[in-house]
Write a protein that binds this ligand. Structure first.
Ligand code: NCD
Length: 313
C-alpha cells in the first residue's frame, strides 16, 4: 500500500488485515479506555470537505486529535471555490501551507486520485462521488469481524441504492477480498447486473431484487440510504419501504445473531424502521461510528508513517 489511501480496490488480504488489526489495537483509545497516543504529535492534517458530512469529518478530526496531530478544516461553504478556484488549485494551495496530509471528500469520482498525482503529501479519500469510501469500507469490515468473529465465510447483505453508493463499492471490494459472500439487494433501477463485476471475485457476489427471500441466513445486513443528491430519486417508487425497508417484521425473520448496519445518515422509516435502528441487541450503527475513529487512526498513522519526525520547516 502506498502512503495514500485512495480506494480499497486493489488492496490485498494482507494489506486490509494489517489495517484492521491496527484499528483493533487502537480501539481502546477510540473508546477512551486507553490514553490518547502522541504518535502524530507535531503533524498537521488538512480536512477538505466539499460535500456534506457529519460522521466522517468529525471522525477524521477525532482520530487526528487522539494521535496528537492538529487539524485544519475547509468546507465548500465559505471557501474560494465559490469564486471559481478549482478543486486542484485549492488542494495545491492547502499543501503549500505546509500540511502533512490531506483528507478529502468530493462529489468528483476520482478527485482524490487527481490530487494524489499532483501533491507530495499523503492523500486520504473520505468519499469521492459514486466511486469509493475506503475508510467506511474498513470500518464496516472491522464491525463485522468484531461482531461475527470472522469475515471469511460470512454472508453479508448490502441493501438499497447500490448503483450510487461509494459505501457499497468499498465494502464489496474489502469483504470479497477477505473471503465473505456478499449479496447485493435492491430494485433493478438501483442495482444493475453489471455490478457483479465490481470485484475480482464475482463468484463471491450474488445479485437479487427480492429482500424477503434473502433474510434467513445472514450474519450481517447493511442498509444504505437512497442517494437523492445523486439523482437516485427518480429511480425509486413510493413503495420503497414496503419492498426494501428493514421493517420490524423483516428484522424478526433475520437469524438472532445477525447484526444490522448502516453508514448513516439514517432515513428512519424509509430504509430502516425506528425499532430496528434502535435495537441495541442487533444494531451496530453507533458501534460503526466508534470503529470509524479507530480505523481512521490506523489509516492516518499508516499514511503519515507515525513516529517519524515532522518534515523540517
Ligand atoms: C455515506 C457517505 O457520505 O458516503 N455516509 C458516511 O460517510 N457515513 C453514505 C450516505 O451518505 O448515505
Amino acid at each position: 500500500m502506498t502512503r495514500h489511501l485512495l480506494q480499497l480496490e486493489g488492496l490485498d488480504e494482507h494489506q486490509l488485515s494489517a489495517l484492521l488489526d491496527r484499528a483493533d489495537a487502537l480501539l481502546p483509545v477510540a473508546r477512551r479506555e486507553a490514553p490518547a497516543s502522541k504518535s502524530l504529535s507535531g503533524r498537521l492534517v488538512a480536512h477538505l470537505f466539499f460535500e456534506d458530512s457529519t460522521r466522517t469529518r468529525l471522525s477524521f478530526e477525532t482520530a487526528a486529535a487522539r494521535l496528537g496531530a492538529r487539524s485544519i478544516v475547509l468546507t465548500e461553504n465559505g471557501s474560494s471555490t465559490s469564486k471559481g478556484e478549482t478543486f486542484l488549485d485549492t488542494a495545491l494551495n492547502v499543501e503549500a501551507l505546509g500540511v502533512d496530509a490531506i483528507v478529502v471528500r468530493t462529489g468528483l469520482s476520482g478527485g482524490p486520485q487527481l490530487l494524489a498525482r499532483h501533491v507530495a503529501c499523503p492523500v486520504i479519500n473520505a468519499g469521492d462521488g459514486r466511486h469509493e469510501h475506503p475508510t467506511q469500507g474498513l470500518l464496516d469490515c472491522l464491525t463485522i469481524r468484531r461482531s461475527c468473529g470472522a469475515i471469511k465465510g460470512a454472508t453479508v447483505a448490502i441493501v438499497g441504492d447500490i448503483a450510487n453508493s461509494r459505501v457499497a463499492r468499498s465494502a464489496v471490494h474489502a469483504l470479497t477480498t477477505l473471503g465473505a459472500h456478499v449479496r447485493l439487494i435492491g430494485p433493478p433501477t438501483l442495482l444493475p447486473a453489471s455490478l457483479k463485476q465490481l470485484t475480482p471475485h464475482p463468484d463471491r457476489v450474488t445479485i437479487s431484487h427480492d429482500l424477503d427471500s434473502n433474510l434467513g441466513d445472514l450474519q450481517a445486513i447493511m442498509m444504505l440510504r437512497v442517494q437523492l443528491e445523486r439523482a437516485a430519486g427518480g429511480a425509486i417508487g413510493s413503495d420503497y419501504r414496503i419492498q426494501f425497508g428493514l421493517t420490524r417484521e423483516r428484522a424478526s425473520r433475520l437469524p438472532a445473531s445477525c447484526i444490522v448496519m448502516h453508514p448513516g445518515p439514517v432515513n428512519r422509516g424509509v430504509e430502516v424502521d425506528d425499532d430496528v435502528a434502535d435495537d441495541r441487541r442487533r444494531s451496530q450503527i453507533l458501534s460503526q461510528v466508534t470503529h470509524g475513529v479507530a480505523v481512521r487512526m490506523a489509516v492516518l498513522e499508516h499514511c503519515l508513517e507515525a513516529g517519524q519526525a515532522p518534515r523540517a520547516g
